[in-house]
Ligand binder design. Structure first.
Ligand code: 5AD
Ligand code: SF4
Length: 427
């Protein structure tokens, strides 16, 4: 493309984005052309005050932005704004339209290297070498539902069931925060023992006494319940759709309803949660076409977080004889998802680590930017058996933590000290 037109269309994009940013955050942003060490002005409003309070950011080799009154911005807002500019001013490099057939081609392709490299480049561009850690507490393994693939299903009578008291959950949350982690994920089966009012009290208490973002992953609730939980201080919510195919969904989740599940995600978004959803890769009955449709659905849902992991058969479920999802397919799905969702948080999941010793690391190298270590106390960990062979089952939380931190550093990345909020600013 000719340079002139390139700069012109970028300038238009810059103007429309800057109008929103300046109104919302009371900063001033300039667009600059970079030649060597020289930054020359292309566009932007006059700087009235705060002329010396600025920071420069490179968008690519020849474009940069300068943000004035930089100190007015909070940490999460800073990252979000820079990501927005990078996204709109420098996306030409990665914009390939993907439809179902093209995604299937990628899923079947042997050339994984170029796919993973592309995903890795995008991940690096928006998140640099920062890895966000989300510490999980699996506080109850009771579940009223009977999903065919899951070891926690209510028909699994062989499983020892446990519940933490509210005080136990609170104490573990405090401990996690004392390790320096800034996100606590509270996860359980669908267990009505924890009624919403009591959960709200617990959440307010944790929010008051720790410096942490809270993510909930406790299944389908009503609008009013989600609303109360949000008001109590929950920041984020994870609710996977599991499969985008309605027939398959009906078979796999006999006591859930596809529309209702997607409606729950919509409600969460409406209530201003940072929302995560996702699928399972290689589920029995899942074709490549269904998987490709899952990937497109995740993109259409415009999520803040996307969680995907391979299916792993569990011995006490009807799927005990089925094949597990493969590492190859899981990493390809992850990489394509990253290419389509540049600024979304994507974890290298525990399920990935369960099918391959270096699964987490490989996930981080194929587009993931998040790790979710399990900090449930050891004596309960073996009972939270969604699927078997969960890694680190025999290790203490502090060993898990150290191993994961070592692995992150080994891959040349650093552990973020930030909350790791969504980069999708609501503008
Ligand atoms: N294999 C992989 N993932 C599973 N999940 C449940 N059962 C399995 C399994 N057998 C995932 C679901 C659920 C999350 C808690 O665990 O995606 O949302
Ligand atoms: Fe319960 Fe979730 Fe397992 Fe379904 S996938 S049985 S809802 S824990």
């Amino acid at each position: 493309m000719e340079k002139g037109t390139y700069t012109f269309s970028k300038k238009e994009l810059f103007k429309s984005l800057t109008k929103n940013i300046e109104e919302k955050y009371s900063v001033t942003v300039h667009l600059a052309n970079i030649k060597g060490k020289r930054w020359s002005f292309i566009a932007g409003n006059d700087v009235k005050n705060g002329l010396y309070n600025f920071k420069k950011f490179k968008i690519n080799n020849d474009l940069g932005i300068i943000i004035f009154k930089w100190d007015k911005l909070k940490e999460g807002q800073r990252d979000g704004i820079i990501a927005k500019y990078k996204d709109s001013l420098d996306d030409s490099d990665f914009s390939i339209p993907l439809n179902v057939d093209k995604i299937i081609d990628f899923l079947e392709s042997k050339d994984t290297k170029s796919l993973f490299d592309r995903a890795d480049r995008i991940r690096r561009k928006y998140f640099s070498n920062q890895v966000h850690i989300r510490a999980i507490i699996e506080f109850s393994n009771y579940c009223k539902k009977d999903c065919l693939y899951c070891g926690l299903r209510k028909s699994n009578k062989k499983l020892y069931r446990y519940r933490f008291t509210f005080d136990e959950i609170y104490n573990i949350a405090k401990q996690i925060n004392s390790f320096g982690y800034k996100t606590i994920v509270l996860q359980s089966g669908e267990d009505d023992y924890y009624n919403t009012d009591k959960l709200c009290k617990l959440i307010s208490r944790i929010k008051k006494d720790t410096d942490c973002a809270i993510t909930l992953s406790i299944g389908e609730k009503t609008f009013d319940e989600y609303k109360k939980l949000k008001e109590a201080g929950v920041d984020r919510y994870l609710l996977k759709f599991e499969t985008s195919d309605q027939n398959l969904f009906k078979k796999l989740k006999p006591d859930s309803n596809y529309e209702n599940r997607l409606e729950c995600v919509e409600i969460l978004r409406e209530l201003d949660y940072q929302v995560g959803s996702g699928n399972i890769i290689g589920l029995p009955g899942q074709t490549k076409r269904i998987l490709a449709q899952d990937i497109l659905l995740m993109e259409n849902m415009d999520l803040d977080m996307i969680g995907m992991g391979p299916f792993i058969p569990h011995g006490n479920t009807p799927f005990k004889k089925e094949k597990a999802g493969t590492l190859d397919l899981s990493l390809k799905t992850l990489a394509i998802t990253r290419i389509l969702n540049k600024i979304v948080h994507i974890p290298a999941t525990t399920a990935l680590a369960s099918i391959d010793l270096h699964g987490r690391q490989k996930g981080l190298e194929a587009g993931a930017n998040v790790i979710m270590p399990n900090l449930t106390p050891s004596k309960y960990r073996e009972y939270y058996e969604i699927y078997p062979n969960k890694v680190y089952i025999d290790k203490t939380p502090s060993q898990c933590r150290k191993d994961i931190e070592k692995m992150i550093i080994k891959t040349g990345r650093i552990i973020s000290k930030d909350y790791g909020h969504s980069l999708k600013l609501k503008i």
